[in-house]
Design a protein around this ligand. Structure first.
Ligand code: NAD
Length: 479
């Protein structure tokens, strides 16, 4: 179903994010027939391009990042016809009058801030000053949203000077992933799980986001951030919220975000001995270690973090949430595992072993869900129990139509045009998440802690294994 006609201005339209994610996502939605004829995409950046030069940049980006036959077809020319460009200086006067002149009445106006956060305030102020935004206009802002509570608050205040909260779309692209939305469908669309979804039946929950890549070319930024700021405070926190929140009364932006906020506010401070930070080491001279990659030989920034969190509320009191994320690990894998308690009594005797159901929700790769159930081992060997997976890989279960999930950005950008904020972070959520993370960061900084080394291609530092072993538990395998 096509969305309403729109003018989407991409500030930073020549940058890496625009070329790699935003423009390819828009192109795919165009190919899917979701973009109405009147839709227009206006690149706006500092580079002195003409519209034709920018169209060539867009063509090249689509060929590189979408590739295949799609990008060579007539569709590409149809898409490029909707592209325009204005040279704009976020900190100066150049280009603003021209941009104002291009905006059309009767269209949704959306402004994507795909530039450094230091420019957000300048952009907001100039959009306002030049009368480019209407009351229905939307702005989209990327991560990182602040570096701590104080900077996030300052950013929220700056944006609030010119835009209402209902106009601000803070992207966390994890929320645009199909399986993440499925998490809500599974929890609230089935009778099966929700009655068991509490500390009475759930032993613990694990959230793992493992990457095989290192810091690559982002070393300078990453070394100031680390895994806590880059992944834990935002992406893993959002997953935690969706898995732990109370059922909202309806699937409505503020109803959902109110429940997520309550989860964050109910999080206890994490004790220092429940945090493990790691830093990857060089592997056989083939890949550089973290410090070399980050260009900081004395860096004490973590490329890995694991922690044990507690949510102090009626539903979750006593159920630990183990969260971990890191770079240069053995496999690329994002999984949430809900580990249920053992049956209270085994009628099959001690030799049958203890067995627990585990519901695993795989975000990547092979998006899908597995429920580990216990059955009788086949054969005449008596009543021996064995665990088998009830496996639903979406690609197999839903066929080619449902099996090729759209990129998170496709879903999120279309939601901006539709005016649906459900999958975007609200300002108070972001602030609450920083309020949880800040004391941990301040603590390890004050104690002068150095991250534990771990081998590239491993599952992370051994201390993270101990974090669970101490509790008589173990991480589920990353592979
Ligand atoms: P980039 O450096 O590749 O591009 C920056 C863009 O901003 C360019 O188009 C440049 O022309 C424009 N720009 C710079 N100064 C300007 C000014 N004064 N006036 C107008 N335009 C100006 O950066 P990027 O990697 O595309 O990242 C953009 C934003 O998205 C950053 O906030 C970044 O943290 C965030 N982000 C990027 C990625 C990614 O994968 N690249 C992922 C998540 C978030």
């Amino acid at each position: 179903i096509p969305v309403e006609p729109f003018d989407l201005v991409i500030f930073g339209g020549t940058g890496d994010l625009a070329r790699r994610k935003i423009l390819p996502a828009l192109f795919r939605r165009f190919c899917a027939g979701q973009m109405p004829h009147e839709a227009r995409i206006i690149g706006a950046a500092r580079s002195r391009h003409g519209a034709d030069e920018y169209k060539a940049t867009v063509r090249a980006a689509i060929v590189e990042f979408v590739g295949g036959n799609e990008a060579q077809s007539d569709a590409l020319e149809g898409f490029v016809d909707r592209i325009d460009y204005v040279t704009v200086d976020a900190r100066g006067t150049d280009g603003w009058a021209e941009l104002a002149g291009k905006m059309r009445d009767g269209c949704v106006r959306a402004f994507y801030f795909s530039v450094a956060p230091a420019l957000f305030g300048d952009l907001a102020e100039r959009i306002h000053h030049h009368g480019i935004a209407t009351e229905q206009s939307r702005i989209v802002v990327e991560k990182p949203f602040g570096n701590d509570l104080a900077t996030a608050r300052a950013l929220n205040d700056t944006l609030a000077e010119h835009f209402d909260e209902g106009q601000i779309y803070r992207i966390d692209h994890y929320l645009g992933k199909e399986t993440v939305q499925n998490l809500m469908a599974i929890r609230f669309g089935n009778m099966l799980f929700e009655p068991l979804w509490n500390s009475q039946y759930v032993d613990h929950i694990q959230i793992t986001v493992a990457e095989t890549v290192g810091v690559g070319g982002r070393g300078e930024y990453y070394d100031k951030a680390g895994a806590m700021r880059d992944m834990m405070q935002n992406h893993l926190m959002q997953l935690l919220c969706l898995i732990a929140m109370e059922p909202p009364a309806k699937f409505d932006p503020d109803a959902v975000r109110d429940e997520k906020l309550k989860v964050i506010r109910a999080l206890d401070a994490v004790e220092p001995h429940h945090i493990v930070r790691g830093q990857y080491q060089a592997l056989d001279g083939e890949h550089p270690g973290y410090r070399e990659a980050a260009g900081n030989p004395r860096s004490s920034t973590e490329s890995y973090i694991a922690l044990k969190a507690h949510i102090s509320n009626w539903r979750w009191a006593g159920t630990p949430f183990y969260l971990r994320t890191g770079k240069r690990l053995v496999a690329r894998s994002s999984v949430i595992s809900v580990v249920f308690k053992d049956a209270p009594h085994s009628i099959f005797g001690a030799e049958a072993g203890r067995h627990a159901n585990v519901l695993s929700i795989r975000l990547q790769p092979n998006e899908g869900i597995t429920l580990q159930v216990t059955i009788k081992e086949p054969g005449p060997g008596g009543m021996r129990l064995v665990d088998v997976p009830l496996d639903m890989t979406f690609a197999e279960a839903l066929g080619p139509e449902g099996g090729d999930p759209p990129d998170a950005y496709e879903r999120l950008i279309m939601d901006v045009i539709r005016g649906n904020q459900t999958l975007f972070m609200r300002g108070d959520e972001v602030e609450a998440a920083w309020a949880w993370a800040d004391p941990m960061i301040a603590g390890w900084t004050a104690r002068g802690e150095v991250p534990k080394p771990y081998e590239s291609g491993s599952v992370g530092p051994d201390h993270a294994e101990q974090l669970l072993r101490r509790d008589g538990r173990a991480w589920r395998g990353i592979k």
